[in-house]
Design a protein around this ligand. Structure first.
Ligand code: NAP
Ligand code: ZN
Ligand code: ZN
Length: 356
């Protein structure tokens, strides 16, 4: 077994604290990754705080992992020792269902195994995430990080990036299309950048007036304060696609009214409590759709990383030490991050192992 040092949740409410645990040994298909950086996703908070479902503690979260391969099993061919690699939200899936065969491991019909929120089939143990020094992952679920991408900033692509890239591609964002992004947080700011890079006209909807100038800088052609009805009315019936990243339950009707005939709003935000049910008439009178989308498969995640390298699309990050992670989480809850925290794992490695 391999010793890992981490910051873990011990219950839904207390601050994260040091925890030492063990990773499985490197199997024939596995790589061992020395973790250099890990992004902070709002899902980390929802999950660690048992907002989605009751969690067994201690629990380590983090699924925007960048690191170096330090060991590889004998069957490994995709990666080698010394490579810069990434691990996103998926560490396993059944590999034989219809979805897995189509490279849609994120929609595995037997259930994908999350980097956290999953079970390791090799050990039967709950998976533990990236706020830790080391991880062991089957090479299939490990991404190649193109050399053009700054390793300190690339982590958020592995969840926030792919979660926006996948629906933007699936619903054909591109030249001639007007795309709305709701919420300028970790996911939303990647949505603005990616939709802009794909050639769409981008309209950002935010509740935060102080983010208007940033929204434009990041690539939005227009920014609307979503609580202002007059501003919202300017886009009534004008959008082909909306990707809604908001992390709390809210009224969807004002956004559905912005869709064109046959337009779609895709929900990617995953609030702890359900949204109120939208009204039916505005949907049926314009054949509008309401959809959902969850991260993306491994192949598409690699495609997204290559797209970002080619188009110079990078997350805006604020670096934090692991020791300041609890203050960072407080700021995530207040929507006060510009626009994704990344933990510098060097700050974890210099800590002594937790007293047992
Ligand atoms: P985040 O950085 O906290 O961003 C969420 C944004 O929502 C905020 O920046 C804010 O934008 C808006 N918001 C927050 N509170 C609000 C309120 N009371 N009313 C209206 N808007 C509010 O979170 P994130 O990491 O981007 O994640 C967003 C959500 O997506 C989370 O629920 C997360 O669990 C989920 N998620 C889903 C997937 C998936 O596969 N579908 C993947 C990753 C994350 P403004 O300040 O601009 O209004
Ligand atoms: Zn995430
Ligand atoms: Zn499957």
């Amino acid at each position: 077994m391999i010793n890992a040092h981490s910051y873990a949740a011990y219950d839904p409410k207390s601050p994260l604290k040091s925890w030492d645990f063990q990773r499985r040994d490197v199997g024939d298909d596995d790589v061992q990754i020395d973790i250099l950086y890990c992004g902070v996703c709002h899902s980390d908070l929802h999950f660690a705080r048992s907002e989605w479902m009751p969690v067994t503690y201690p629990q380590v979260v983090g699924h925007e992992i960048i690191g170096k391969v330090v060991a590889a099993g004998k069957n490994v061919s995709k990666h080698k020792v010394g490579d810069l690699v990434g691990v996103g939200c998926i560490v396993d899936s059944c590999r034989h269902c219809e979805s897995c065969k189509e490279d849609l491991e994120n929609y595995c019909l037997e259930g994908m195994q999350g980097t956290y929120m999953g079970v390791e089939k090799q050990t039967g143990q709950r998976t533990q995430g990236g706020y830790s020094t080391v991880i062991v992952v089957d090479e299939h679920y490990v991404l190649r990080i193109p050399k053009e991408l700054d390793p300190a900033k690339a982590g958020p692509l592995l969840c926030a990036g792919i979660t926006l890239y996948s629906p933007l591609r699936h619903w054909h964002a591109g030249p001639g299309k007007t795309v709305g992004i709701v919420g300028l947080g970790g996911l939303g700011h990647m949505g603005v950048k990616l939709a802009h890079a794909m050639g769409a006209k981008v309209v950002l909807f935010t509740t935060s007036p102080d983010k208007v100038a940033d929204g434009k800088k990041l690539g939005a052609d227009d920014v609307i304060i979503s609580k202002n009805e007059e501003e919202m009315a300017r886009y009534a019936g004008k959008l082909d696609l909306i990707v809604n990243t908001v992390s709390v339950s809210h009224n969807l009707d004002p956004f559905i009214n912005l869709l064109k005939l046959d337009g779609t709003m895709v929900l990617v935000g995953a609030p702890a409590t359900p949204h109120p049910s939208p009204q039916v008439f505005p949907m049926l009178m314009r054949r509008r759709s309401l959809a959902g989308s969850g991260i993306g498969g491994i192949k598409e995640t690699q495609e997204m990383l290559d797209f970002c390298a080619e188009n110079n699309v990078m997350p805006e990050v604020e670096m934090t030490s692991i020791q300041d992670i609890n203050q960072a989480w407080d700021r995530v809850v207040k929507s006060d991050v510009k626009y994704r925290f990344v933990i510098d794992m060097a700050t974890l490695k210099t800590e002594k192992p937790a007293a047992s």
